[in-house]
Design a binder for this molecule. Structure first.
Ligand SMILES: [Zn+2]
Length: 391
């Protein structure tokens, strides 16, 4: 049984019992489509199988939070490319597999809805592989097959860096005039067909608008955005505009909400830039230790918690993004893709994978039906996975 505990104050505001929320939360299959812990653990050497005092995810806290399915992001930065990125992706999958092998009673690798439900029934965390960044297939169609064999359920077509066959939101926005191509090339189109045929979900969280349009024109399967928020509420290049939300809903796809403060709150990034300027020497020394920018940034916030906490938006702001999407797309097209362990800041109250129930409680509070909450927490992911896999 998953145990959750609601603070008394929150309860009185909700006018419902902890048992009501706990019942809804426990009954739902809770799925998070984006977590970066595997990339981080390769650098820090921490064991996500044991309770950790840093970061957002480990198996102990996942159990407490009632997490049933986690898609682990397999990611490397743009310093990796042809000749190195595919090998790095495999190293990360090895690391995830080693975590599973060390904890066979607590988690199992799953690749389709049937296996996912089997894991849930056995009360094990269903671990899935999401590959974040088309650069990891190194322009090769056969690497898609190889990654499918290793469990890949989605491919994020680009990360912040473009590939030779698809342009990213960052590059289309910042370097639009100097790009050699914009959107999908011929190889890019072949890759979309290949992903559709192989049952791999196409993830449009990082690609630019031209790539988005080119994909939507040819995909034969529902797409996802594994960790994205609403542009109309915060005009960030990584957020999705209304026409994109509508197009994904029309296609039967799902957008999974990202918890990162910078995507939720339009005032966050400038406040964070000032914070970074104040702590530059400390950040520079953390970069020497961790190399990775995001990981150093996460540690910097942990070391200056009181100050960093003041920059966090309220949880209600994240709920506004969910509610906006539900109103625009319908409750069948929204889910959860936290980006935990991939960013330095999340709304107040969302500290780790123990805290998803607070979202459930807020959705109950604003009047969402049990059925819609179950879809948002996990049902929609299962539907889109099945639609891609064919089982
Ligand atoms: Zn990302």
């Amino acid at each position: 049984m998953k145990k959750i505990f609601l603070p008394l104050l929150l309860l009185s505001a909700l006018k419902l019992s902890a048992q009501d929320v706990e019942k809804i939360h426990r009954k739902a299959i809770l799925i998070d489509t984006h977590n970066d812990i595997i990339s981080n653990e390769l650098i820090t050497g921490n064991d996500a199988g044991k309770l950790q005092t840093t970061g957002n995810f480990d198996l102990v806290r996942a159990k407490t939070g009632g997490l049933d399915v986690q898609v682990f992001s397999i990611w490397c930065g743009d310093q990796y490319g042809n000749g190195t990125a595919y090998a790095y992706a495999n190293r990360e999958i090895d690391s995830l597999q080693a975590l599973i092998n060390r904890n066979p009673d607590k988690m199992m690798l799953v690749t389709n809805a049937k296996e996912l439900k089997k894991a849930v029934k056995q009360k094990k965390l269903a671990a899935m592989v999401g590959v974040e960044g088309g650069h990891m297939i190194e322009d090769r169609l056969d690497y898609i097959d190889s990654l499918v064999k290793r469990g890949m359920c989605y491919l994020t077509l680009t990360w912040n860096n473009s590939t030779s066959w698809a342009t990213s939101a960052r590059d289309e926005t910042l370097h639009g005039d100097t790009l050699q191509h914009k959107g999908l090339t011929e190889l890019g189109k072949q890759i979309i067909h290949k992903l559709n045929d192989a049952g791999v979900m196409i993830d449009l969280s990082h690609p630019g608008e031209q790539t988005f349009k080119d994909v939507m024109a040819i995909t034969t399967k529902p797409v996802i955005a594994s960790h994205s928020c609403v542009y109309a509420l915060n005009p960030h290049r990584r957020n999705l505009k209304d026409y994109q939300l509508k197009a994904i809903a029309d296609n039967g796809g799902v957008v999974f909400i990202n918890f990162y403060s910078g995507f939720i709150d339009s005032t966050y990034e400038s406040k964070h830039a000032a914070f970074m300027a104040r702590h530059k020497p400390q950040f520079d020394s953390l970069r020497v230790i961790y190399k990775d920018y995001d990981l150093a940034s996460i540690r910097l916030n942990e070391l200056n918690k009181g100050e960093a906490d003041q920059l966090r938006p309220p949880l209600s702001m994240l709920i506004k993004h969910i509610d906006y999407m539900v109103k625009m797309m319908g409750a069948d097209h929204v889910g959860i893709g936290s980006d935990f362990d991939g960013a330095e800041s999340y709304p107040l109250g969302l500290d780790s994978v123990t805290d998803y129930y607070k979202i459930t409680a807020e959705l109950v509070k604003i009047g969402y039906s049990k059925k819609d909450i179950e879809k948002i927490l996990g049902g929609n992911f299962i539907r889109v996975l099945k639609a891609n896999k064919g089982k």
